[in-house]
Design a protein around this ligand. Sequence first.
Ligand code: ZN
Ligand code: ZN
Length: 113
Amino acid sequence: MSYEGREVFLCEDGHIMLVDASVIDTQGLRFRLRCPAVVHSTRKCGKEWKWQYSIDDTNALGQLPELTIVERENIHKCRCGNTHLIESTKYAPADLLNAEKNGWRERGSKNGK
Ligand SMILES: [Zn+2]
Ligand SMILES: [Zn+2]
């Protein structure tokens, strides 16, 4: 049996992305794809991934890591009758000081912020 799992990514701004681990293996996705979250209504965030967390789904569905919501999404109810996503929700590891102990891996650490 091969490994089954998902990878959780948080970008530098805290947007979340969940990806099947096999996709990462075959396409090297974690190195290429930048954050696709919606920002400022029409743009894509485009930031690098700052945090990574592996969920092991080999035996059962593994658990998502605990997250803190830093900023809730902003959804605009428009006169056109549709709702538009203006800003995507931003997250952080729940216990930021102990993030690495709790299984988060900080990626490509740049100095400070
Ligand atoms: Zn982002
Ligand atoms: Zn509209």
